[in-house]
Design a protein around this ligand. Structure first.
Ligand SMILES: Cc1cc2nc3c(=O)[nH]c(=O)nc-3n(C[C@H](O)[C@H](O)[C@H](O)COP(=O)(O)OP(=O)(O)OC[C@H]3O[C@@H](n4cnc5c(N)ncnc54)[C@H](O)[C@@H]3O)c2cc1C
Length: 464
């Protein structure tokens, strides 16, 4: 007979949606059990955000040393080119991941959350049986928070295995592939493709649409396209991956011609899908919206006291959305009055250079018409950017003409990810252009470009 645990709240999944919910529930004094089959931290900590940024960081350092060794860094030269030990790099990355994973376990313990390790399967909406290493444990809960996350999309003609890898395997390669072909030019494929190029791989990108990072406009992505070209990354746009033949990826190019791209690894990054299978979701009688679990603006599913957060519930599939929803649901269960209604869910591509987008893009229907003013300020006119050899890119502001309300802010350039929170904060506070213009921005910083973009929208930029 399986052991049975009775709890107020059961959280399925220890990624950012689930573990943040569980910590907050614990803080609020609610009896909470968290079920996780793999490692605490989920996709983000273990095989997503954190390991990818660790590898991107080291790749940037390696590239800088390669440049110094080839005498292209004024004032610095290295007598020998750096050498790469990919296995050691991955071990270091694992250390970063382990530290955060241990930190999450400690936070859950401090919040008095009981973690049950193993795969959970629901037999009904409030009953879940977990296959632990000591046998099955059944959990019966008053509330259930579903936070099972997402998985990489697999192409039927390019199944994962062997040289065909997803982002998960790409972050664990013990050897640098000499030739890497990336299928899909979304943010994950580009972030990893660029990092591997910096580490010395020969990288080719295949994208079915006619542009890279298709969620963003061409002006915003142009600096990334320029970097790819300058650094010898071939990008085949409008090209369809068809399968493998003798170690090469078979592609149909935009003009319908067959092309074989030899590859040591084929990295498939064509999107992610919600992890809805294998854990009894079908026994819970919750409504779906397409492939995702349907939730309202409080993350309630159609089943009473069953909640869902994070990647399972739809786009954008981002850590900060999952964590915000998790925290909110915990507070709602504890009786607080909360709603998920952010002014923006900012998104960052950690490409070269980086891209940030918060709020409306120029293509958004609400950003059309005569009542819109758009202004950009280039990093070429920003002292901090020039002092970092980073004059490529800009900050762009979209606002209403009549009341100057800021509707959207984008940036492309080195380190602009660090501006994302100022952008998001401005939108959340309902800033008008005068609020940005009237805020003293520290000199010399990249953020001054945001200040100047707002001034420019008001018609009186100083430095351009
Ligand atoms: C390469 C890569 C880079 C990324 N970079 C970024 C970034 O820079 N910024 C950003 O915001 N987002 C990034 N993301 C996306 C981010 O990782 C996800 O949006 C986030 O992890 C979603 O959190 P979640 O809690 O919804 O699900 P997940 O993090 O996927 O967690 C779900 C957890 O549930 C567990 N689970 C599922 N089913 C069961 C079951 N039946 N029993 C027990 N346990 C179960 C899984 O093991 C997993 O640990 C990246 C993703 C990838 C793949």
């Amino acid at each position: 007979m399986a052991d049975t645990i009775h709890t107020k709240v059961l959280v399925l999944g220890g990624g950012p949606g689930g573990y943040v919910a569980a910590i907050r529930l614990g803080q609020l004094g609610l009896d909470t059990v968290l079920v996780e089959a793999d490692k605490l931290g989920g996709t983000c900590l273990i095989r997503g955000c954190i390991p990818s940024k660790a590898i991107i960081h080291r790749a940037g350092q390696f590239e800088a040393m390669v440049h110094a060794a080839s005498k292209s860094v004024p004032g610095i030269s290295l007598s020998a080119a750096p050498t790469l030990d990919m296995a050691e790099l991955v071990t270091w990355k694992d250390g970063v991941v382990k530290r955060l994973n241990t930190g999450v376990a400690a936070l859950l313990k401090r919040a008095k959350v009981r973690v049950v390790e193993g795969w959970g399967t629901f037999s009904d909406a409030k009953t879940c049986t977990v296959e632990t290493k000591d046998g099955p444990v059944t959990i019966e809960a008053g509330h259930v928070i579903l936070a099972a996350g997402s998985k990489p999309v697999e192409l039927p003609f390019l199944s994962f295995g062997g040289k065909v890898i997803s982002s998960t395997e790409a972050l664990d390669l013990a050897e640098l592939p000499k030739k890497l072909v990336v299928v899909g030019a979304g943010y994950i494929g580009l972030e990893l493709g660029i990092a591997f190029r910096k580490l010395g791989a020969h990288v080719t990108i295949v994208e079915a649409l006619d542009r890279i990072l298709p969620l963003y406009d061409a002006e915003l992505t142009a600096p990334v396209a320029k970097w790819l070209k300058k650094n010898g990354v071939t990008v085949h746009l409008g090209a369809k991956a068809k399968g493998q033949e003798k170690g090469a990826l078979v592609v149909e190019t935009a003009d319908g011609k067959p092309l074989n791209l030899p590859a040591d690894n084929i990295l498939v990054t064509v999107g992610r899908r919600p992890a809805t299978e294998g854990w009894g979701l079908e026994n819970m009688a919750v409504d779906m919206t397409g492939r995702f679990v349907k939730v309202d603006d409080q993350c309630r599913t159609s089943m009473k006291n069953v909640w869902a957060v994070g990647d399972l519930t739809g786009e954008p599939m981002l850590e900060h959305k999952a964590a915000t929803q998790g925290e909110m649901v915990a507070e709602i269960i504890a009786g607080h009055n909360r709603r998920f209604d952010p002014a923006s869910i900012p998104a960052v591509c950690f490409t070269e250079p980086e891209i940030v987008s918060a709020g409306l893009l120029p293509s958004d229907p609400a950003a059309q018409g005569d009542n819109i003013v758009t202004a950009m300020f280039p990093f070429l006119a920003n002292g901090r950017a020039l002092s970092m050899d980073a004059g490529e890119g800009f900050v762009r502001v979209i606002a209403r003409k009549d009341d100057h309300r800021v509707l959207g802010i984008q940036a492309v350039g080195a380190h602009v990810s660090e501006l994302s929170n100022e952008f998001s904060h401005a939108l959340e506070m309902g800033a008008v252009l005068e609020d940005i213009a009237g805020t003293i921005h520290v000199h010399p910083t990249l953020g001054e470009a945001f200040h100047e973009a707002a001034l420019r929208a008001l018609g009186h930029a100083i430095h351009i």
